[in-house]
Ligand binder design. Structure first.
Ligand code: GLU
Ligand code: MG
Length: 440
């Protein structure tokens, strides 16, 4: 579709403005809204954004760096991502990739990182299909009180705790191209889970990103707040972002992860799992991206504590699901809801790819694997040392990421005198909720 055609369709839909939107390093949605009259120009020339946008802390301050110019970026819109926003009358949204003003790609842009990883799969004749499964809390926007008080998973009356909110959300998501498969209360006070159809390539992360922003925005319209931080309350379940991977043969569409007579996974599928479990400690830096995330990794909470795998094992880092006749898929359960969806999908696929490239065989299902780091700084060190992941994700991205995330660690250390102690790991502070609870 060309920009002029898009403008005619947008006019017919009553759209007057378009939001040009990207995910920053934390996965926070940042956008500029332009009048429809500017749309064609801005699609053709790009929208100018502050060149330090990927180098900020979650509160919006620049990461401390030597002074110097930060040349602007251009957001180059991708017309495939254009949608009319049902919950924001008269407004549409479009995503895209970042370039420098002289037309070079910005290597630290997470959407670009994901596309580079996907290209490696295409080179192997594989299409990566991903289903992103989010859990999140729903709270009173003013008091942060959960909308229901108990861990009543699936309880019909808890599902209907805020019926107007639920109806607005479930009506809006399909109109954004997000094909919801299930909505239910989860296993914690005020926690919900929504699953939606998987998508191929970058579209999976585009959808997850739009999903997250839409949930937050519609919640605000109901005076509710939907934090996607991974562990908002110490004594209740964390919020996961489970990634369901399939690898399809680019030519035939067949499921290349699916098994042989001796098990649910093919040789390729086993190598994919082996890559994820072997690189789990370094992957945590990308899939559990805040100091708070490491409080989610707790035994007995359906969250992983080591790089393990198993068939239908909810305590494992990688769970093989094989039940609807279409063959096995691999669910990476490491990611917390706070993860930047572009980085999460890219990282998980990069881990799997390292297994494919090395033709790895995983340890037996259920065997103990590498322990997960207990703090973000340890995970960041593991990422820095993982030459395979650095190569696939790109050195420039990893350098930027380490800079931003080590700054997150420094902020946590400055705010909490007992950072990284057992006592600190057992509680969640208001500071964390302020730092990660609103825009993420
Ligand atoms: N809330 C759990 C997590 O932190 C997952 C629960 C489930 O298996 O749905 O990942
Ligand atoms: Mg769940």
């Amino acid at each position: 579709m060309r920009a002029e055609t898009a403008v005619r369709l947008l006019q017919a839909a009553g759209v007057r403005r378009v939001r040009f939107e990207i995910a920053d390093t934390h996965g926070i949605a940042r956008s500029k809204t332009v009048p429809l009259e500017r749309f064609t120009h801005d699609v053709e020339h790009g929208v100018t954004l502050y060149g330090g946008i990927l180098l900020q802390d979650p509160r919006g301050d620049d990461v401390p760096l030597p002074p110097g110019p930060r040349p602007d970026f251009l957001l180059r819109a991708d017309l495939d991502t254009l949608v009319v926003l049902p919950h924001a009358p008269g407004e549409a949204r479009i995503g895209g990739d970042l370039s420098t003003t002289d037309g070079r790609p910005v290597e630290a842009d997470a959407r670009r990182v994901l596309r580079r990883v996907l290209a490696r799969y295409e080179h192997l004749g594989l299409v990566a299909r991903t289903g992103v499964e989010y859990e999140f809390y729903l709270l009173d926007a003013a008091t942060w009180a959960p909308v229901f008080p108990d861990p009543q998973v699936y309880a019909t009356l808890r599902n209907a705790a805020r019926p107007d909110w639920r109806d607005d959300l479930l009506d809006a998501l399909p109109r954004l191209g997000i094909d919801v498969s299930a909505f239910a209360a989860e296993n914690a006070p005020g926690q919900y889970e929504i699953t939606f159809a998987p998508a191929d390539g970058v579209a999976a992360a585009d959808q997850a990103f739009v999903f997250r922003t839409t949930v937050k925005e519609i919640s605000l319209r109901h005076a509710l707040h939907a934090p996607f931080m991974s562990k908002p309350f110490a004594d209740a379940a964390g919020s996961g972002c489970h990634l369901h991977h399939s690898l399809l043969d680019a030519r035939t569409g067949s499921n290349r992860l699916a098994g042989s007579p001796d098990g649910p996974l093919s040789t390729l599928g086993r190598a994919f799992v082996a890559g994820i479990v072997e690189h789990a400690p370094a992957l945590c830096a990308l899939l559990a991206p805040t100091p708070n995330d490491f409080k989610r990794f707790r035994a007995g909470a359906f969250a992983p504590v080591a790089g393990t795998w198993g068939v239908d094992d909810r305590a494992a880092a990688a769970r093989v699901v094989d039940r609807d006749g279409s063959g096995a898929r691999v669910e990476n359960r490491l990611a917390g809801a706070a993860a930047n969806p572009y980085i999460a999908v890219a990282a998980s696929l990069a881990g799997g790819l390292l297994g494919l490239q090395a033709e790895r065989e995983p340890p037996p299902p259920g065997a103990s694997g590498p322990s997960l780091p207990t703090t973000l700084d340890v995970a960041l060190d593991a990422l820095e040392e993982d030459a395979g992941l650095r190569d696939i994700l790109g050195d420039e991205f990893v350098r930027t990421y380490l800079l931003v995330k080590r700054n997150d660690v420094a902020r946590a250390r400055a705010a909490c005198a007992d950072y990284a102690t057992d006592e600190w790991r057992r509680r969640v502070d208001d500071w964390e909720r302020r730092e990660y609870g609103e825009l993420i």
